[in-house]
Ligand binder design. Structure first.
Ligand code: URA
Length: 473
């Protein structure tokens, strides 16, 4: 029996080179024993591989992509299975086109399992900040994948977190990134990772997206399988939140929906009788005029105008979409769940919310009543166009050095550009009235994303806010 020893890292390339040579000598699959570094030595496999033969060996791109993915599976038979598949492809080029072929069915199942595992790694790695050893920040994480996917999963992090040094330790080895390249080390005991302040943010995020009235534990376990929980800071809250859910649902039922106070129509009627006034030249005058705004129909149903809040001389202005239910009742922006997420993320990014000016593109709550509840609605273009008068005035009076647009409505109100945010997030555009506008995600979008997509968007919002902090420093 011919024995091929595979290295710990770069195993796919090693397999590919050996398989090509063996196939060129038409060595039968059952004559080869493939050995992983930690596998016990095969008693029968002792002969070294023969020299390459003269038969041409071909493999399509599709096959190589499939083989590379399968090579990250934990099944010890994967190498011999792949070699058998390669040999088969030499005789029958079309077999990869037959989805019912049992060998292909097995390989495709392995592909799906590996892809799922890589996807979970990208969603569930949680970094801890480590003491810096040079000018760059350093982070470490521990992750336990189902398959040996470290080499397949790590490049994603080098792209996403190119500005920091990091290591991801797993039971099959450690990936280290130093800003230039990823290096891999053999397995080591689980590192001792210090507590990380950002883990509170994960908990806040998780507590905010948890809706006690919509618990689906099976869906939750399928999105976030229990085996990953022990390394996820946010999952510590789950037992308590599940136990408290019936009480919270009952409290929600009893509280009913928030409604405008009974005196609101009287006040609206009174303020509509006011004559036109001069253009305000202080923020206080602007706030008092905006309180009487009837530029669009949203003033009829909203409780009050939600004017901006914060430091009137702020270097940074943050613009959201529209006040929500809680902001409408409180008369202050960003006090509900999205606002809490924004404020915590700002703090994580080194920004004090009280030293910024927080406001919205549209200043009256837009909703549709459903039973006793008021369901948030995105403002129309006409609302944004009418309210831009206030936003421009606010920017003139605060005169921030940088404005951050949270979400598509704010981005449109500020820049007039209605293109989707996917390609624009993280970029700086120019406001219609001049001045730089940094585009980012709205925190309420992050609260609505599925758990496997939200963490990345939250990191991006935090990265954008950190950049804003640097730009106004
Ligand atoms: N979402 C916003 O856009 N603004 C707020 O004030 C609250 C939630």
């Amino acid at each position: 029996m011919i024995r091929v020893d595979l290295p710990r890292f770069g195993r796919f390339d090693a397999w590919r080179a050996a398989a090509r040579d063996l196939a060129s000598a038409r060595v039968a699959p059952e004559a080869v024993s493939w050995t992983d570094p930690d596998a016990s030595a095969d008693l029968f496999g002792s002969e070294p591989p023969p020299p390459p033969g003269h038969h041409p060996v071909t493999a399509t791109q599709d096959f190589l992509t499939l083989a590379r993915t399968v090579s990250s599976h934990s099944d010890p038979e994967r190498w011999s299975l792949l070699y058998a598949a390669l040999m088969r492809a030499q005789e029958d080029r079309g077999w990869l086109e037959n989805p019912a072929d049992p060998m292909l069915v097995r390989l495709n199942r392995m592909v799906r399992s590996v892809r799922r595992d890589i996807h979970k790694m990208h969603a569930f790695v949680r970094f801890h900040e480590l003491p810096a050893e040079g000018p760059r920040r350093r982070f470490g994480a521990w992750f336990e994948p189902e398959h040996p996917i470290i080499e397949a999963g790590a490049p994603f992090f080098a792209k996403r977190f190119a500005d920091m040094d990091w290591l991801i330790a797993t039971p099959e080895g450690t990936a280290r990134f130093d800003g230039a390249a990823i290096a891999y080390d053999p397995p080591a005991p689980r590192p001792d990772l210090p507590p990380d302040a950002s883990h509170d943010l994960w908990q806040t995020y998780f507590a905010n997206i948890f809706n006690p009235a919509r618990i689906k534990t099976n869906a939750m376990r399928s999105e976030m399988p229990v085996k990953y929980w022990k390394n996820l800071p946010e999952t510590r809250l789950i037992p308590e939140m599940l136990a408290d859910a019936p009480r919270r649902v009952q409290a929600m039922r009893e509280a009913g929906a928030s409604e405008a106070p009974a005196f609101a129509p009287r006040i609206t009627a009174r303020i509509r009788q006011r004559p036109d006034e001069a253009v305000p030249d202080t923020l206080a005058q602007a706030a008092s005029q905006a309180a009487r705004c009837t530029r669009c129909d949203l003033c009829h149903a909203a409780t009050q105008t939600v004017w901006g809040q914060g430091d009137p001389q702020a270097a940074l202005m943050i613009v959201g979409e529209v006040p929500g239910d809680q902001e409408d009742l409180a008369g202050r922006p960003f006090v509900g769940p999205a606002g809490q997420l924004l404020r915590q993320t700002m703090q994580q990014a080194g920004l004090d919310p009280a030293r910024a000016w927080l406001t919205n593109a549209v200043k009256h709550f837009r909703f549709t009543p459903r039973g006793k509840r008021r369901i948030h609605q995105t403002p129309d273009r006409s609302h944004v166009d009418q309210c831009r008068w206030w936003l421009d005035l606010e920017r003139r009076l605060v005169a921030p050095r940088l404005t951050v647009a949270l979400g598509a409505t704010a981005a449109f109100a500020l820049t007039g550009n209605r293109q989707p945010l996917t390609a624009r997030r993280g970029t700086i555009e120019t406001a219609l009235e001049g001045g730089p506008v940094l585009i980012s995600w709205h925190p309420s979008l992050i609260l609505r994303l599925p758990p496997d997509r939200a963490p990345a968007a939250l990191s991006e919002l935090r990265a954008d806010l950190s950049r804003a902090a640097e730009l106004v420093a």
